[in-house]
Design a protein around this ligand. Sequence first.
Ligand SMILES: Nc1ncnc2c1ncn2[C@@H]1O[C@H](COP(=O)(O)OP(=O)(O)O)[C@@H](O)[C@H]1O
Ligand code: SF4
Ligand SMILES: [Mg+2]
Length: 343
Amino acid sequence: MSTASAASSQGDVLLEVKDLKVYFPIHGGVLQRRVGDVKAVDGVSFKVMRGETLGLVGESGCGKTTVGRAIINVLRHVAPEVTIAGNILFNDQGRMVDLAHLNKKEMLRYRPRIQMIFQDPYASLNTRLTVRQIVAEPMELHMPELSQKEIHGRVEQLLDKVGLQPEYAMRFPHEFSGGQRQRIGIARALATNPDLIICDEPVSALDVSVQAQVINLMEDLQDEFNLSYLFIAHDLSVVEHISDRIAVMYLGNVAELGHAEQVYFSPKHPYSKALLSAVPVADPSQVSRQRMVLEGDIPTPLAKPSGCGFRSRCPIARPDCADEIPPLEDKGEGQLVACPYSD
Ligand SMILES: Nc1ncnc2c1ncn2[C@@H]1O[C@H](COP(=O)(O)OP(=O)(O)O)[C@@H](O)[C@H]1O
Ligand code: SF4
Ligand SMILES: [Mg+2]
């Protein structure tokens, strides 16, 4: 959690995602007609303040990566027939620009300011390039005003910032450990002086001891550069430490959104409670936590239940939970919960 975030006022919104929907088409039959949609993201709203970390958690397949990809506006290239609705408002010197409606060329202007780092740095780095080329690439693309000499100088500075020796610049990704590769990915993400970094499970593939080092580094960099993070993870215990606020996603919707302490220590949505009950407690004498085992698998977004998406697994579901997707309601002190029956 950054000190900068404590100072950020409510008015300093960097990103506002409003009622985002992302539906991937499914084709079937001999003619390969569109026969349905995977409702990967089905009405998601949240804000990221300047200097803040918003954690985004939920089980695999709930739509976290799709939210991240929608923000950087790459979904149309990945899946050209995708349906995207809603707004992705990005603060450009006080003016909120809707990234959801920009074409590739218009988006180029904002891409340097929003970067993404990934779970598997090895897969996301071009393994035929040296570290220098990898870190220099975004600058060559987006900062034409820099000379080659200036770019090389900046690569060395960035390597230093992420705790790598300048000599490493001439080496290739396969020569590094997982944690070091993630540091290379972070240096590359920092290269264009971004305001926002979308961190898609950046430590999920690393050993626990290395996870802590990378998270500490990310926190230091956040303070130094006043960065905002959208920090995606499937594990609540990973985001609790780094996040100012946490959004819990289930099957394409936000189930709960609140300050990290609210969501981690007193979750209200039945799904957040179940997620939390699966987190091991460091000192069991300190917290009495009842383990809740969720029955059944997460349904696919292809066959979403009507109404509340959680109702097929919810221990307190009622018949009227099938009627509509429950909206997020403030249950006190800004803790937003999408369940009218939560306590
Ligand atoms: N390009 C795509 N085409 C079709 N379905 C997709 C595509 N990308 C993701 N999905 C589906 O969207 C849902 C959400 O995926 P994803 O955003 O990757 O979830 P998460 O990151 O939370 O694991 C999944 O059911 C996934 O299969
Ligand atoms: S709306 Fe109904 S099914 Fe959904 S979490 Fe609340 S009680 Fe459970
Ligand atoms: Mg993912």
